[in-house]
Design a protein. Structure first.
Length: 149
């Protein structure tokens, strides 16, 4: 029975796990940035540049004091891995619960009475912080690829 399960288990190398982690962080970050810019454009907000500047400041804080710690923890878990691991191992299982809660909060915020321009600050902050933090995954991936050669 274990052999059959092992055959269908999606396994990947740590390089693939690093790529998936970076791809997910960049993808979600880009989605959040797109939403925020659509909101700012749709509402013809005067001072959109100010909203963006505040969002960038939030992004730098979230990136430095929050997401880098998460990335470092994930890298500390992924980099020592030997052989092939489950493709979903680029994140610990507890993080999937946190992601589900964050998605639910995002949906609630988007449907809340909070004006979209104000939400755009938060979305720019989190989206840009995700993209900035994903660079560390990409650097680790490049380093792993160079070590193999």
């Amino acid at each position: 029975m274990d052999r059959r399960i092992a055959k269908i288990k999606p396994a990947a190398t740590k390089e693939v796990l690093l790529f998936l982690a970076a791809f997910m962080w960049v993808g979600v970050g880009a989605m959040l940035l797109c939403l925020s810019f659509i909101w700012l454009k749709a509402f013809h907000v005067h001072g959109s540049l100010l909203y963006c500047a505040i969002g960038v400041a939030v992004a730098l804080l979230v990136h430095h004091f929050g997401f880098l710690k998460i990335v470092d923890k994930n890298l500390g878990r992924i980099l020592p891995m030997e052989g092939r691991r489950c493709i979903f191992a680029f994140m610990p299982w507890k993080s999937y619960v946190i992601v589900a809660v964050m998605v639910a909060m995002g949906i609630l915020l988007r449907h809340s009475p909070i004006p979209k321009p104000y939400l755009s600050i938060l979305y720019i902050g989190i989206g840009l912080a995700l993209i900035l933090s994903s660079i560390r995954y990409l650097r680790a991936l490049i380093s792993q690829i160079r070590c193999r050669k």
